[in-house]
Ligand binder design. Structure first.
Ligand SMILES: [Zn+2]
Length: 320
């Protein structure tokens, strides 16, 4: 089963999936780029759906402005299937006084497992202590639950905070079977993260390396794919750092080396100044309307459909 904000789903029903966007996100690292308006985020979700997507992962983990009840309302209104995230982002996203800085592996594990099995808190900001009883988000009488775990590390660095998160994610994975998305800076530390998680009982084929394309090295990617890891390509429309032309070439090369069954796609647009509904550009529809036609012309429909449908369904299926 795949766990969406509106309930569990047969993986065959998931459909075309964008594996990395944010409908809600508030981080001290991104001042002025808050995604916190349900109506506007809902409009943007509708544009994503109309660009050809049936499903998305909302990749915002604990403490960064999640709004599970709003996600459920947007999903119900648009028909877009949404998988919500639990976990903790890389350390830089959390203020110096953030309460979870003091939490142990065990406390974090309980939070993550609770989000997946029983339901997410209505508002993360209200959570002061892992032992406190929290109001669970509800839609139409059912709890709104997360369906994927997430952590993150820094550029060639795993801080104590981030290592604690990874250990808790592994423990939560062992209990729930949910996949683990890991935010990487320029794809650094990818093998090291897979090693750390494998030592904790997480097979690499349950791990999605988000932003792998920030180091467009087909050899590196093939070596990660050979271990079974999923490669998140989600850096389109950022010509200041890397042209889409380079990402198209990378994808063609990785597919030709036989690793196309490990690639998943997302936009990770993530900032209100990049959302059309908030008055910015290019919006969540960019991937479907501008990039995918070029990718299809280059590698063919079969390869692209695997990246959009079969690969995300395999990743998101709870392994027990
Ligand atoms: Zn993101």
């Amino acid at each position: 089963m795949i766990r969406t904000v509106l309930g569990d789903l047969d993986p065959a029903q998931l459909g075309t999936t964008n594996t990395h966007e944010h409908l809600f996100q508030v981080s001290p690292l991104l001042p002025g780029d808050e995604l916190d308006d349900e109506q506007r985020s809902g409009e943007e979700a509708r544009m994503l759906r109309d660009s050809g997507f049936a499903a998305m992962i909302d990749a915002t983990p604990y403490g960064l402005g999640r709004d599970p009840e709003a996600l459920a309302r947007i999903s119900a209104a648009t028909g877009l299937r949404i998988v919500a995230t639990t976990g903790r982002h890389r350390e830089a996203h959390y203020a110096a006084e953030h309460p979870t800085r003091q939490w142990s592996v065990e406390q974090l594990t309980e939070l993550f497992v609770h989000d997946i099995t029983r339901g997410m808190p209505v508002a993360d900001a209200a959570v002061e202590s892992a032992s406190e009883q929290q109001a669970v988000a509800v839609h139409d009488g059912s709890p709104v639950r997360a369906g994927i775990l997430k952590g993150g590390i820094d550029y060639w660095h795993i801080s104590g905070f981030e290592r604690t998160t990874l250990l808790a994610l592994a423990a939560a994975h062992r209990r729930t079977g949910a996949a683990i998305m890991v935010h990487l800076e320029f794809c650094t530390g990818a093998h090291e993260v897979l090693d750390l998680l494998a030592a904790e009982g997480v097979p690499s084929n349950r791990v999605l390396l988000a932003h792998a394309d920030r180091d467009p090295d087909a050899g590196l990617h093939t070596s990660l794919a050979e271990r079974g890891a999923f490669l998140g390509y989600d850096g389109f429309a950022r010509p200041r750092t890397r042209s889409d032309a380079e990402l198209l070439d990378l994808t063609a090369e990785v597919v030709s080396r036989g690793a196309g069954d490990r690639v998943v796609l997302g936009g990770d647009v993530a900032r209100r100044t990049r959302y059309i509904a908030y008055g910015g550009m290019p919006g969540l529809a960019f991937l479907g309307t501008r990039y995918l036609p070029r990718l299809r012309a280059l590698v063919g429909d079969g390869a692209v459909d695997r990246m959009l449908v079969a690969n995300p369904a395999r990743l998101l299926t709870l392994s027990h």
